[in-house]
Design a binder for this molecule. Structure first.
Ligand code: GTP
Ligand code: MG
Length: 229
């Protein structure tokens, strides 16, 4: 299993982003904001390690890795401020702390649908993990056809200053759901394309989401059968 950290900006890079975008003049307590990023970075590492350990355990016990790979990211400063703006909130660190729970994000890509719920359960049951929010877009797909399980959990981070509970957003999805979401995401950025064509592609993608789900359920059944003792 690979934990990709390529998109995972370090806190220094975030600091540079804030400086370059001139936004630092608009935030009264930039040091505090950088500390929030630092905490989020550590929280993502904590959750990433927990997930790796669970994957290792399943691999030993069942000869099966539920997690295919994971990706971690820190929300860029610009998209953080864009989100506050969309929510009609001022650029203050209080608002970031109280309303933004996805500065740290981990995408967990699994082999099968069962793997999502197995890993979710094992993680949620850990005594230092608290589930703050849960949205199951596999049970209830979005209008676009998007499927994934979204969790926001909090985990304690131990710093020299003390211990802080920090939120991390986790998106669980299968390889199939991930492939679908990447293409659909690409389509949503094609703002200069012929609207008719985009509409047709969207309609097709919605249809394919359903087909992929049907295939994944059938492949899951084969896998369950092979695992049965
Ligand atoms: P915010 O996190 O505040 O935006 O709202 P929310 O928590 O309600 O967000 P939501 O649960 O819709 O999930 C947001 C994230 O899920 C996005 O950043 C995407 O990564 C992913 N996502 C949600 N809907 C779609 C979709 O229709 N297509 C694709 N490709 N990704 C989606
Ligand atoms: Mg979100």
């Amino acid at each position: 299993m690979i934990l990709e950290r390529s998109n995972f900006m370090n806190v220094k890079q975030i600091e540079e982003q804030l400086t370059q975008s001139n936004l630092q003049n608009r935030i009264p307590d930039i040091k505090e904001l950088i500390n929030i990023y630092q905490l989020s970075h550590s929280a993502a590492n904590e959750i990433g390690t927990k997930l790796e350990n669970l994957d290792d355990e399943y691999s030993t016990d069942y000869d099966h890795n539920p997690i295919h790979h994971m990706e971690e990211r820190l929300k860029s400063a610009n998209s953080l401020f864009g989100k506050l703006k969309r929510k009609g909130l001022a650029l203050t660190t209080e608002n970031v702390r109280d309303h933004i729970f996805d500065i740290a994000g981990i995408r967990v890509v699994t082999n099968y649908i069962d793997d999502i719920y197995t890993v979710e359960k094992a993680l949620s049951e850990q005594s230092d993990v608290t589930v703050l929010k849960r949205k199951d877009y596999i049970e209830n797909p979005k209008e676009s056809g998007y499927r994934s399980l979204h969790l926001v959990v909090s985990v304690p981070v131990f710093q020299s200053k003390g211990v802080f509970d920090v939120p991390v957003e986790i998106q669980f999805r299968t390889i199939g759901m991930d492939m679908w979401a990447s293409l659909e995401h690409q389509l949503s950025y094609k703002t200069d394309a012929d609207p008719k064509k985009v509409q047709q592609h969207s309609a097709n993608l919605k249809h394919y989401a359903k087909e992929l789900n049907d295939i994944e359920i059938r492949m899951q059944a084969i896998f369950r059968d092979l695992q049965a003792k």
